[in-house]
Design a protein around this ligand. Structure first.
Ligand code: SF4
Length: 342
């Protein structure tokens, strides 16, 4: 007995029960590391390439593949300056640190390589100015996030608020200022600004929401509107990744949030989806997105898509604005372990 495609009956049953529906992947226009993360990684690699004993203070990015690659290059992650030997180089990651951490590193005779993102440096300067001008400062941010911890070093009395239920802690003062952690969603910043209007006589608003974050949200929304399902790749606790997932929901497109390709094990997720979109947080490298795109096709693709998964994933990246393989801004990607292994 034969199935409708002429295949032997048992083969046909197998094909119809395991064949997926995904025929196309679309990658959000701009993905991969933001420039701040990329620069910090490059600075660490450059220091190591120059023969320096190099460490990063905290994980330069919360991504195990990247941390592993750096480890293979001889760049170690340390949690405290006490773990760094005198004379060695320590890279400050894009989130920045409190000024006293910088001072302590210099006092210990370490070579400080400042990978603080230029946008975060600007935030730090703005905060210091607001303190000098005597404002009561409200900082919209996630309380224990490293960027917020670093910012508080410039304005120790700033009131940190996050979700709306926190906001009634904001006192009424004559002279108040509002500023934001870089990756907070713009809608939340605007809502809080409106809320604060009634709590102060003079309100200064310094909009420090990072434009990269905003653009990524716009691109994700655009892609979400064109596809049947979105896969959002990024750290589980990453605020900017969670926001991308929330935006997909707002666009009315089901979204699955994963940390990496290993989380994709169930083809049922893709049932009925023909076009699947992929986006990622600012700490998610392009390589991870590429692996996810290929895996979606292998797991949930039509027979043709499964057979051509790698090529279709390549084509999806070619159509997006960020070139595949762009992990850092270093001129010679061939020196990265992943490139050397391929
Ligand atoms: S999200 Fe923006 S502010 Fe934060 S590190 Fe990236 S570029 Fe810099």
């Amino acid at each position: 007995m034969r199935g409708s495609n002429g295949a032997p009956w048992d083969t046909w049953i197998e094909m119809t029960t395991t064949t997926g529906t995904v025929a196309e992947i679309r990658i959000a226009k701009r993905t991969g590391f933001c420039y701040g993360v990329r620069e910090a990684i490059d600075k660490a690699k450059e220091a190591r390439a120059a023969g320096k004993a190099t460490h990063t203070l905290g994980q330069v990015v919360h991504n195990e593949g990247v941390v592993r690659d750096l480890h293979q290059l001889g760049i170690e992650t340390v949690e405290t300056l006490d773990d760094v030997d005198h004379g060695a180089a320590v890279v400050i990651r894009a989130h920045g640190v409190r000024p006293d951490v910088m001072e302590r590193a210099s006092a210990r005779g370490l070579e400080v390589i400042d990978g603080t993102c230029t946008w975060v440096i600007q935030e730090q300067k703005e905060l210091a100015k607001l303190v000098e001008e005597g404002y009561t400062i409200v900082l919209l941010g996630t309380p224990k996030h490293p960027e917020v911890v670093g910012l508080l070093g410039f304005a120790p009395d700033a009131i940190v608020v996050d979700e709306e239920e926190d906001w009634d802690r904001i006192p009424r003062r004559k002279k108040m200022a509002l500023i934001s952690q870089s990756t907070q969603p713009p809608w939340k910043f605007e809502k809080l600004a409106a809320y604060m209007v009634s709590r102060s006589h003079e309100l200064k608003i310094v909009n420090t929401v990072c434009p990269v974050t905003i653009r990524r949200q716009e691109d994700t929304l655009e892609t979400a509107r064109e596809v049947d399902l979105m896969v959002v790749v990024g750290g589980r606790s990453s605020a900017n990744t969670k926001e991308l997932t929330r935006l997909c929901d707002i666009a009315g497109t089901k979204a699955v949030q994963i940390e990496n390709v290993r989380d994709l094990t169930d083809d049922a997720v893709f049932a009925g989806a023909k076009v699947v979109g992929v986006t990622g947080g600012t700490s998610t490298p392009i390589e991870d997105l590429h692996a996810v795109a290929q895996r979606i096709l292998e797991l949930g693709g039509t027979p043709e898509a499964r057979a051509n998964a790698a090529n279709l994933a390549d084509a999806a990246f070619a159509a997006a604005a960020t070139p595949a393989g762009r992990t850092t801004s270093l001129p010679s990607p061939a020196t990265t372990p992943r490139a050397l292994a391929s």
